[in-house]
Design a protein around this ligand. Sequence first.
Ligand code: B1M
Length: 227
Amino acid sequence: MQEYVDRIAMCIARGKVYRAAPYPPDMKGEDGADEIAAEALRTGLRPSALLEGCMLGMDKVGKEFSENRAAVTNLVVSAAAMNAVLKHLKPFLQSGEVKRKGTFVIGSVAGDLHDIGKNLVSMVITGGGYEVIDLGVDVPTSKFLGAIAAHPGCVVGLSALLTVTMPTMEKSVRAIREAYPEVAILVGGAPITKEFCTRIGADFTSPNPHEAVEYLNSHLCVNVDKN
Ligand code: B1M
């Protein structure tokens, strides 16, 4: 089973999406992330192990990029390979309870186009039994505010992957806090720390989707039980 994890990590790091993809040339005709993920799950690999392989591959290409050994195009094909795996993982991540416990509004903040982590969080939270309103990427504050108005009682989540979009996150959080003081705000993404979360006035930060679900369960379910 470890072999599947290693192969997925390699396909993601190298950007091999599916068998017929011409890139990378030295892997022409070989299975890509798409085929390997399907086979691995069919053979019984745990979805969490598959996800672990994805993260290893992403970390590898991310490190290469920061050392100038990979270009943005490499990040793009790696992201495409990861999305091919997520397509297979989606049914597992979303197979939670059918009854909706509450509504979660999520988006990547203005200026930020990274959405793989946000999409994972959306899937796991959907699987945790919540309705998820996904606003997409590069979301302006006004769009967050509109969604909160349209979904009273929701919890809102903001994702940021860039240090340069952290100030944007802060602006959005402060505007949401001012307009809707009662709304719980969850923030996340690789550069987000507990200290930053507290400083900008958000309620909680989670380094992964699972702690986000735990937070929602402790926060929203209390409100649901009261109704
Ligand atoms: Co970009 N990128 N990128 N990138 N990219 C990073 C983030 C970077 C760290 C790479 C590096 O230098 N090593 C670096 C940021 C450096 C910094 O700010 N300090 C970087 C850069 C610089 C850039 C550009 C500026 C490059 C350029 O153009 N010169 C550019 C910016 C574009 C923009 O947003 N305006 C850019 C572009 C891109 C692509 C579009 C090519 C592509 C994204 C494609 C897509 O998302 N559809 C991309 C990618 C793929 C990456 C890396 C390699 C991988 C990100 C990823 O998807 N990780 C990344 C390096 C790395 O992380 N190793 C990098 C996998 C994902 C599952 O993890 O998103 O962390 P993550 O999500 C986690 C947690 O953070 C958490 O849960 C998830 C699952 O565990 N989480 C939440 C996330 N959101 C949450 C919200 C929550 C709770 C938890 O509650 C609301």
